[in-house]
Design a protein around this ligand. Sequence first.
Ligand code: 5GP
Ligand code: ZN
Length: 119
Amino acid sequence: MMAASVDDCIFCRIIRGEMSSNIVYQDADIMAFRDVNPAAPTHILIVPRQHIPNMYALDEETVPLVSRMMLAAKSIAAAEKAETNGFRLVFNNGSDGGQSVNHLHMHFLAGRRMAWPPG
Ligand code: 5GP
Ligand code: ZN
């Protein structure tokens, strides 16, 4: 059963400090922490503090948070020294998209050459 509400959502629990994580960035709206099962040498999850389940739940009021996520990615790229070699940003959305945690998140992947198309 996938986490659905703020009470049982894994990322909300991390944001509330109820679950440990390796936090690499935080501001008033956004948190970023290392993925527990990294798919690349650098694998960071960038999430809004607000529980938004997926892209379908975004609206005019919450979409500015995605801009904040992008700016967080930019400062993470600098901190992780990924600016020269590059990085990949991924939103998995819904079951065909491969989304397994129902709290909107953007993957920041770096440290190796990425394949295309993705699997
Ligand atoms: P999705 O598959 O939904 O796009 O990405 C969810 C990501 O969350 C996966 O890459 C998975 O490894 C990561 N993840 C799942 N549970 C935890 C956790 O408890 N802590 C951290 N840091 N990452 C997690
Ligand atoms: Zn959540």
